[in-house]
Design a protein. Structure first.
Lengths: 174, 171
């Protein structure tokens, strides 16, 4: 009687490492790390230094849009010499009404589609945070705003991305 | 037992099949991590250090940052590229001139930075040219009168473009 070959008798299935507990721990660890991580998104708002141009002015009447910040509210001027076209008083909570300013800027942009410059002149000593909010109100066209179409060189209508994005501080030398 | 130890089985007894590791859950974790990291990835390559004294204002802007000289302004200190140039609580002498419009240490440092960039620009044709860009990391509580001095000083030093660094909305 033949004996069963020992090799065949001892054949065992390959052992699998049980990684489930350690992977569970790693998953929980990563989840906590991701939850506590602070993914800060930093962007920029551009402004240019006011310069005296040597080029002769064009025949076209400039808009010369200016926003002056007073204690009582925001005043919008246009033209040369500047003429007050809109007064935006502070709201009932005593804060500057950025929404009204933004809405008025949209109306202006609809009329002056190719214009991109605005002069910002804070007359009172406001905080930097308020300056940024005013800059946002005058320069950005939000997704929820009415679309404004501007004709390009080829005569195609393209949606405007900005209102008046070329901001210049008018009184830094004063 | 005796069989295992036998000379005949020497060399065979430790031979096992390859270990099969189940990496499905590991791959799940890696995918989740990849999604989060890609979402937060900044492609501009500009590194801006915000000192702990500075709280940035929030903005709806989505314009990505550009490289340039970095000026950090907190209520008590002014830095240029992370180097303290004016401690307002302990100023050495009068730091202002031109009718308190110009900050002298800031002006000197900005001119120095500009000169270094222009020297590098001359020495190597592949070097980054002087862009005239100044990245302003300013605390949101700083008053306009102070911001105005910094803008004026930067303009005097030959920097033509201000980039106000802000936090994206929702941060």
């Amino acid at each position: 009687m033949l004996r069963t070959p020992s090799r065949r008798k001892r054949k065992e299935p390959a052992q699998r490492l049980n990684l489930i507990p350690i992977l569970d721990a790693v998953f929980i660890f990563i989840f906590f790390l991701l939850m506590s991580a602070n993914f800060i998104k930093i962007f920029e708002v551009q402004s240019d230094v006011p310069i005296v141009s040597s080029t002769p002015p064009s025949n076209k009447k400039p808009l010369a849009l200016t926003v002056k910040v007073y204690n009582s509210g925001l005043n919008v001027y246009k033209g040369v010499p500047s003429r007050l076209i809109k007064k935006i008083p502070k709201n009932s909570e005593g804060e500057y009404d950025f929404e009204s300013l933004h809405t008025y800027m949209i109306d202006l942009k609809k009329t002056y589609k190719t214009e991109r410059s605005v002069v910002l002149e804070p007359i009172v000593d406001i905080e930097y945070d308020i300056i940024v909010k005013i800059m946002d109100a005058v320069r950005l066209l939000r997704k929820t705003d009415d679309a404004i179409y501007i004709k390009d060189k080829d005569g195609m209508d393209n949606p405007a991305k900005y209102l008046f994005d070329k901001i210049v501080f008018g009184n830094i030398r004063s | 037992m005796r069989l295992n130890r036998s000379i005949r089985n020497r060399g065979r007894r430790n031979k096992k099949g390859p270990v099969d590791i189940d990496i499905t859950s590991l791959l799940d974790i890696l995918v989740i991590m990849l999604v989060f990291l890609l979402k937060s990835y900044n492609t501009t390559g500009v590194i801006l250090n915000v000192p702990k004294d500075i709280t940035l204002p929030t903005s709806n802007s989505s314009d990505v940052n550009t490289s340039g000289v970095v000026v950090q302004v907190s209520p008590s200190t002014i830095w240029v590229d992370d180097q303290v140039i004016l401690d307002k609580e302990d100023p050495k002498g009068n730091p202002y001139d031109q009718g308190k419009r110009r900050i002298i240490p800031l002006y000197n440092e900005l001119v120095k930075k500009k000169r270094i960039i222009k020297q590098v620009e001359k020495s190597s044709p592949e070097a980054q040219k002087f862009s005239g860009i100044i990245n302003l990391i300013v605390d949101k509580t700083i008053k306009y009168s102070e911001v105005k001095k910094i803008l004026y000083t930067a303009a005097e030093a030959g920097y033509r473009s201000y980039k106000f660094v802000v936090l994206g909305e929702g941060n």
